[in-house]
Design a protein around this ligand. Structure first.
Ligand code: ADP
Ligand code: MG
Length: 332
């Protein structure tokens, strides 16, 4: 229960994200393999302690669809979060390795994420806030689980203050400054599922012309309610932001089919254009198309909650589907 740095032996780098880095480690006294997330937090000791307190809620998050939590501690200036290690990694890594994911497996992913979101909200009133393929993990037992949900309000604030991140999985209402609700997670799920089924980010191919801002790689801070209103205005500011962004972030400019969409264009696109769909029509089961359409209703009032979507016929089908995710996971 009492985790400390000295007891953890580094084994392997698992990846880097906006918030920090993740390593595979062994807890030597117990022999347990864990994933250790290191988050750099530029905050007062009192804030760090508050974050640590808030993270303890994760001890009570027990579901087969949620990554288990071993503990967290402060290792100045970082906060380390130790969680269940998932040996097949995240779904973004998986599709980048093996290509588009079989739609029946995608159905199991949808089911697992909806179950996880419903558990978090019904039992703990937690909204995930960061559903995307890199936060959906898989192991060789064929289990699919979500991680990196927003348990700590202080942590969300601190990361937002110290690090400028972007989320291209953000719902239109979020981009326009509305509060997060469980329905924002449903939008992010819809985008993620298309990405898995097609093997590419769904917006990347969308063409867009105009804009003297096409050279601008914007940054969005989640702490800012309306990113579209705080993008740098002058050319100098834009260049500075682009430079900073190149250093700090993995490509926010989205490339596909030879075109590049800046983050600003992408956000405008999400707000102004029809939502992406599972295409080409007829390639995927009708029920899958319909499910994704329901996730991607632009009006949050019309969009269903994760709990309601568990009753969708595609999800009911995924629940009884005999597709062997364990066997699938053994192929890569
Ligand atoms: P992001 O989710 O934005 O990619 P993170 O810092 O959260 O950034 O994670 C970096 C990478 O580490 C992820 O893409 C994932 O592949 C890997 N990872 C995170 N948590 C785990 C875990 N519990 N088990 C195995 N791999 C993990
Ligand atoms: Mg993550």
């Amino acid at each position: 229960q009492d985790l400390k740095n000295e007891d953890l032996k580094d084994m392997q780098e698992l990846g880097q994200g906006n918030g920090g880095s993740v390593k595979k480690v062994q807890h030597v006294p117990s022999g347990t393999i864990m994933a250790k997330k290191i988050v750099l937090i530029d905050a007062k000791p009192s804030v760090r302690k508050q974050i640590l307190r808030e993270l303890q809620i994760m001890h009570d998050c027990n579901s087969q669809y949620i990554i288990s939590f071993y503990g967290a501690y402060i290792s100045d200036p970082n906060i380390c979060i130790c969680m269940e290690f998932m040996d097949k990694g995240s779904l973004d890594g998986i599709y980048k390795k093996i290509g588009p994911i079989d739609i029946d497996v995608v159905g199991k992913v949808a089911l697992a994420v909806l179950e996880g979101l419903t558990y978090l909200y019904d039992v703990h009133r937690i909204i995930h806030r960061d559903i995307k393929p890199s936060n959906i993990l898989c192991n060789s037992k064929g289990q699919i689980k979500i991680c990196d949900f927003g348990v700590s309000g202080e942590l969300i604030n601190s990361i937002a203050d110290t690090f400028v991140g972007t989320s291209t999985y953000m719902s239109p209402e979020r981009i326009q400054g509305a509060q997060y609700t469980v329905k924002s997670d449903v939008w992010s799920l819809g985008i993620s599922l298309i990405e898995l089924a097609l093997g590419r980010f769904p917006f990347a191919e969308t063409s867009s012309d105009d804009s003297d801002l096409s050279d601008f790689e914007g940054t969005i801070s989640p702490s800012q309610p309306n990113p579209l209103h705080r993008l740098p205005k002058t050319k100098e500011e834009r260049e500075k932001a682009a430079k900073k962004n190149k250093r700090k972030s993995k490509g926010v400019s989205l490339q596909g089919g030879g075109m590049t969409m800046s983050i600003l264009e992408l956000l405008q696109h999400i707000v102004n254009e029809p939502a992406p769909r599972l295409t080409p029509e007829g390639r995927f089961p009708k029920q899958a198309e319909d499910f994704i359409d329901s996730c991607l209703l632009k009006d949050p009032l019309a969009r269903l909650t994760p709990k309601d979507l568990l009753k969708h016929s595609w999800i009911e089908q995924a629940r009884i589907s005999t597709i062997d995710v364990e066997a699938w996971a053994s192929t890569f």
